[in-house]
Design a protein around this ligand. Sequence first.
Ligand SMILES: NC(=O)c1ccc[n+]([C@@H]2O[C@H](COP(=O)([O-])OP(=O)(O)OC[C@H]3O[C@@H](n4cnc5c(N)ncnc54)[C@H](OP(=O)(O)O)[C@@H]3O)[C@@H](O)[C@H]2O)c1
Length: 449
Amino acid sequence: MSCEEAAAQQQPEQAEEKTDDPPIEEPLSELAKGGEISPAEEPAEAVVANPEKAPVASEEDVFTYRALVLTGYGGYEKVKLQMKKGKPSIKSGEVLVRVKACGLNFAELLGRQGLYELLPSPPVTLGMECSGVIEALGEDVTSRKVGDRVLVLSRHGLWQEVVAVPASQTFIMPESMSFEEAAALPINYLTAYMMLFEMANVRAGQSILIHMAAGGVGIAATQLCQTLEGVTVFGTASASKHETISQGGVTHPVDYRTRDYAEEIRKISPKGLDVVLDPLGGSDTHKAFSLLKPMGTLIVFGAANCVTGQKKNLLAMAKTWYNQFTINTLRLMHANKAVCGFHLGYLGDDELIFKTMNTLLELYIQGKIKPRIDSTYHFEQVGDAMRRMHERNNIGKVILLPEPKAEKEVENSEEKAKSSPEQGEMDDKKEEEVKKEESSQEGVKSEEN
Ligand SMILES: NC(=O)c1ccc[n+]([C@@H]2O[C@H](COP(=O)([O-])OP(=O)(O)OC[C@H]3O[C@@H](n4cnc5c(N)ncnc54)[C@H](OP(=O)(O)O)[C@@H]3O)[C@@H](O)[C@H]2O)c1
């Protein structure tokens, strides 16, 4: 996704709420206290004046479930835990899944800021991957049965306790796989696998640069490189994560925050690299292209440089766009290099996705890949989960659990909150610092270009 496209698709900060399916919304702070969410919009006493004539509500009607809904564009508070009414109806070919764990992706951070064009405008339930157990089958579903443990892929809408999805978007989990691992696998590993093996055609003995190497896609790509002999992996990550990513297979961890990573890589590999995966955009794409050796392949698959914190940063977006890499075909021919783009959301090839998912599940069974879970958060802690990624603290996948947080945990986190300064103030201060750091770093980058 380019910043240009993202900016063009932006919606107003406060999108109007759709009115067709009004949810019952509770502020996160209330839910975090562990109290039950009341699903009732009408007071209970108003219902039964004449009990004999009172309509008997079906189980489907009184059914309620929790969902994480993006209510507008902006900071963490825009994702709200809401109680929805009525069981999701299952159409022919669909299954009803009781969700056990959900994956958080960088795309949801972009989506919250209005920068992910594939996400419908708010209010919309977030969530592109989850795992769970099949509870009911729609007509014509023969490939699945009630009780199957499945992982699920969708464009959005999976961050809720129960979901109705086409059976074709579910995959049977291997027996040894946990729900957390299953929720961590689809997007990161599909993306990494397709870039490495469908597009770049990475082979034994080659060299590759993986940015965000300690993140979800980064760890997946590193593990998949280990399925080949002698691939040299350069991985950029914050210094505190280097030990972990080295153990995971990164040959040369590079601290991009305090050094010029391109210079560091050239010192080790003066002839350049075979493949660079670029999820950053802007001036980093220039560096990526210059790091390639002849016959090398650059794959652009993100624009993380547009994001500097929880709130949208127009300056960072403008800088990323201004530094966007462009090349004409003649120069490309003279350089003997390939430049590709990859976006899973736009792929639209169900057969390829199905085939690749099955390959990945087989690799998991063989013990060749294993999602690394960084942390798990309950739905009511979604802001903390997002903060963990924004503040670059995760090593591996951040997981969300629909199950409500136990009261004891709630008490502990309230105690913690009391003994630390106001989180909002801290966030704002941190964002200021990040913006200052970004400006000085961009200054260095412009001088380099
Ligand atoms: N095109 C596609 O189909 C596709 C699919 C999935 C993901 N992606 C892209 O792949 C990238 C990684 O996604 P992911 O879901 O696996 O996330 P992730 O890598 O887990 O993201 C968080 C980590 O990235 C690093 N990072 C670098 N720049 C950052 C920034 N501006 N803000 C926050 N963290 C930053 C941080 O680690 P360090 O500090 O250690 O660097 C952070 O801990 C994203 O750009 C995403 O958009 C694209």
